[in-house]
Design a protein around this ligand. Structure first.
Ligand code: MN
Length: 594
């Protein structure tokens, strides 16, 4: 009736003695009566139950204790433990959050807990003894299910057994839904049976689908915004090319215009440059938003970089309020890890803001503080009106202008947002402290770096154009916009030896290039018919024209546009609005190298 079997984790001698049936039983009895610990498994009527025994009592138990009177006690005690254990198991099954289903080797249901009733809509009574696949497997998958089961029973090679899989389940009402399933196979005395843990994941799936849809939607919106901003940038650059280009021409002719006309030109150019700055900021924002901003961090000398930025801001911005910039960073041994271009942009942004938002005759102080954990903090302090604490969080949000009353302050409120993104891309943090009425301090910190010998900033040279007057130099300008053509015509007019040829389509331009063999081709990119990129590729494939340098001249200013043109064989890329100085310098260098 009662025997011992399958004893895990027991010392050898115990194991040996217990296997000898009467002796073992005697010990068992003693241990049960003492009520102390040693876990063995008892098999009672084909069911395993855990029973607890102690080795320490072992030696004191007389085998004689096993008598007919003790046997029923033993049985009773084990039976009680078994009952309690089964009860616990039942409670576990009943309260499980998963549907727990057992089936035999033939696929017939032998266990079905309340959660399984809930998930699949069948009661316990409706399922016991029926084939599981008929109940919960959709019709089109039943064959595969049966075959899989039969194969496993035969070969014992698991395919989905022991794994967590997502399958389609069938509800009693005929609806199908996603189920997460784990199947365990158990072998009890050679009889194979299976336990399935099933979980309805409709809700989870729906949430996942919603998340994916939301992400896709956000991606689409982001792409649309980027496309909008870059085409806006293109559209704005085209008229700016005329404003700044003809403005520059007038400025170059300042000898022949009156001083008040010259003043007007200066205003046109200053406003034009301002507008160009805004367009560039928009483009920056786009590039950052679509992760197309290259960050290349190197050790940067802070004293060097900051003094350059201070000089640039001092000459570049209008400074109506007569604000003084005080640079207190004199330590030449401070190096941070950052991206040169990005960091310069941030420092210039903070300094420009500090000047623009300052009071009349105000002061801007830029200083550095060595922080713990190997970081350097740069602070830009102004003596302006300060910012209310509830407005501070808005500062780094794009398109938020803090003080709308001061209509004269320039900017569309994306400069700080760009600065924040750039600083974060360089593993830094940025912030602001401000007291209303008592100025603001914008700061950022970056990891310190080890000094290098490389100069941080290439010295900027400003060369006067040297146009050789004597050699003949033919420029072919392929451009469909008449105003742009007029501008370049005017810009090159009066330089002896320079001849300008014009084509308003790429097709015509290629024909002219083959016939006249110009020294330089200026190529607009967006053209009717063949575009400038394709035209460049074609020119590079024609023996007569392949040596002619092609320089792109385009209102497309995204890095990819530039890369595309260079890859197609362009030897340079000038963005509109054309910087006449840059155009002159380029032509001059080509004529020199002839
Ligand atoms: Mn065009």
């Amino acid at each position: 009736m009662l025997y011992l079997k399958n004893i895990p984790d027991i010392k050898d001698k115990v194991f040996a003695v217990l296997l000898g049936t009467p002796l073992g039983l005697a010990s068992v009895v003693g241990s049960i009566i003492a009520g102390v610990e040693l876990l063995i498994m008892l098999e009672v009527q084909d069911i395993f139950v855990p029973a607890i025994f102690s080795e320490s009592v072992w030696g004191y138990v007389d085998t004689a204790l096993l008598t007919l009177t003790v046997a029923p006690v033993l049985y009773f005690l084990v039976f009680r433990k078994m009952q309690a254990s089964m009860h616990r198991t039942q409670m576990l099954l009943d309260s499980a959050m998963d549907g727990i289903i057992s089936m035999d080797h033939a696929g017939k249901v032998i266990g079905w807990n309340p959660q399984a009733e809930h998930i699949f809509g069948y009661s316990y009574e409706q399922t016991i003894g029926r084939e599981l696949s008929d109940l919960i497997v959709p019709l089109n998958l039943r064959e595969a299910h049966r075959n899989g089961l039969a194969r496993f029973v035969k070969t014992n090679i698991p395919t989905i057994i022991g794994k967590r899989v997502e399958i389609t389940g069938l509800h009693a009402n005929g609806s199908e839904f996603p189920v997460e399933l784990t199947i365990a196979s158990l072998n009890q005395n050679g009889a194979l049976f299976f336990t399935d843990h099933a979980r309805d994941i409709s809700e989870k799936k729906k949430n996942e689908d919603n998340l994916i849809a939301a992400r896709d939607e956000a991606d689409r919106a982001n792409q649309a915004k980027s496309l909008f901003l870059s085409s806006m940038s293109h559209e704005l650059r085209t008229p700016l090319n005329a404003i700044l280009g003809f403005g520059q021409l007038l400025e170059l002719e300042s000898d022949s215009i009156t001083s008040s006309q010259h003043e007007s030109v200066t205003h046109i150019l200053s406003a034009g440059h301002h507008l160009l700055g805004l367009v560039n900021q928009m483009l920056d924002l786009t590039r950052i938003d679509i992760d197309k901003w290259d960050i290349n961090t190197t050790p940067l000398n802070i004293e060097d970089l900051v003094s350059n930025c201070v000089a640039e801001v001092a000459t570049a911005i209008e400074n109506k309020g007569n604000v003084t910039i005080e640079n207190t960073i004199t330590d030449t041994g401070l190096w941070v890890q950052g991206d040169n271009q990005s960091l310069r942009q941030v420092v210039i942004n903070l300094l420009s803001n500090a000047v623009n938002y300052n009071e009349q005759n105000g002061l801007v102080t830029i200083s550095s503080v060595l922080e713990k954990e190997g970081r350097l903090r740069i602070e830009v302090r102004d003596t302006g009106a300060g910012i209310a604490s509830d407005k501070l969080p808005l500062l780094f949000t794009p398109f938020e202008r803090i003080d709308q009353r001061h209509g004269t302050i320039s900017g569309v409120g994306i400069g700080l947002h760009i600065s924040k993104r750039l600083i974060e891309m360089m593993q830094g943090t940025i912030g602001v402290e401000s007291v209303e009425g008592n100025g603001s301090t914008f700061w950022f910190d970056l990891p310190l770096a080890v000094e290098t010998n490389e100069p941080t900033i290439a010295p900027r040279e400003c060369k006067k154009p040297i146009l050789h007057k004597y050699s003949h130099f033919v420029v072919l300008y392929i451009e469909d916009n008449a105003t742009n053509v007029k501008l370049v015509e005017r810009a090159l007019h009066g330089f002896p030896g320079i001849e300008l040829l014009v084509a308003d389509t790429a097709e015509e331009g290629i024909t002219i290039a083959e016939e006249k063999c110009p020294d330089l081709i200026l190529m607009d990119i967006q053209l009717p018919g063949i575009d400038g990129i394709t035209a460049t590729t074609l020119l590079k494939g024609i023996a007569a024209t392949k040596h002619i340098p092609v320089v792109a001249l385009s209102a497309d200013a995204m890095k990819e546009d530039i890369d595309r043109a260079l890859n197609a064989g362009c030897s340079g890329y000038l963005t509109k609005p054309i910087d006449l100085q840059a155009l002159y310098e380029m032509i001059a260098s080509m004529r020199l190298s002839e």
